[in-house]
Design a protein around this ligand. Sequence first.
Ligand SMILES: [Zn+2]
Length: 326
Amino acid sequence: MKIYPWLKNIYKIIINQYLKKKLHHAIIIRSNIKIGSKKLIYLLCKKILCKNSYTLYSCNNCKNCQLISSKNYPDLHIIIPESNKKNIGVDIILKCIKKIQNTSKFGKKTIVWIKKINLLTESSINSLLRILEDPPLNTIFFLDYYNSFELKKTLKSRCIIYNIYPPSEKNGIFWLKKKLKNNNKNFYTAIRLSENSPILAKKILESNLWNERKIFFKKIKKSIKKKNFLRLIKFFKINKSKKIYWICSLILDTIKYCYNKNSKLTNLDQKKLIKIFKKKNTLKNLYLMINIWNKCFFYIKNIQNINKNFIFLEPLIKMEKFFNFL
Ligand SMILES: [Zn+2]
C-alpha cells in the first residue's frame, strides 16, 4: 500500500517526530474531505509497529508487518461501531481501555485507532478523556476526524492536531491522469465537484454517478425546451442531495459566468446549459434560486418524516417562474 503523494509530507513529519521520540501520545488527523486519512493512519501505525525501526516506511516483511496486514496484530486496537450499532458506545471504549492496561505483547508500542470520532457518544468521549489524561505507558492514540462537526474542546486540548489538505488542482489532475483514462474537461469537472479531492474525483468518474449527472443535466435542458420543470420531480427520487448539489453548482457556475469568471467554472462539460441559464435569468433570480435549493437541501437533511418528493415542488415551481414558463 503506497501513500498518496499529497500526504507524503505530513507522514514524514509525524514519523520524524516518532523517530526522535517526540511524538505526542494522542494525535488527531483532521481533514475537511475524504483525502486518504485512513490510509495515512494505517501506514503510520504499520511503520511505528514495524520491527525495522530506522526506515521511513514499514518494511512489509517482518512478522509485525505481516500480522498487521492480516489484521492479527494484538497491540493495534481499531475502534469502530459494533456491527448493529450506529455509535461507538462507552462499552467498546472501556473494553479497549482494559486491554491496553497490560503492557504490549510484542514489546513495541500499543496503538489505539479510533475511526470516525464523530460516532463517539458523550459517555465514550468522557471515558476517552480520562485515559488520554493518564495514558498507559507506550500507548499512542490516533483519532480520525472530519471537520464537519464540532469537536469537544476538552478532547482537542488533550491531543495534537495535524491538518491534512487536498493537493493543488494541478497535482490532483496529474494523479488522476495516471490512474484513469478520460478527457481533460471531465478531469477538471470531477475534481472541482469534489473540492479538489482526487480520491473522490476518481470515484465519481468511475461510478454510475457520472452518467447519472450527465443524464440529469440533459433532462434539465429538455425541461427548458418543454417549458416544464415539474417533470424533473421523478428524477429526484434517488440521490436527492447529490442532485441538489449538482443543480446548485450549475447555478453558481452561471453566476461566475455572469461575472466573466469562466476559468473558475466547475461544470466545464456543461457550458451550453450554463449559457442557457444565463440567457433566461437575471443575477438576482440566480441568487434566489440558490437560496431556494439550499433551503430544500436543509429540509432533506434535517427534517424527518417529511414527504421528500413534495419538497421539490417549491423550487421547481419557482424555477418555472424565474424562467418565465408561467
Ligand atoms: Zn516491518
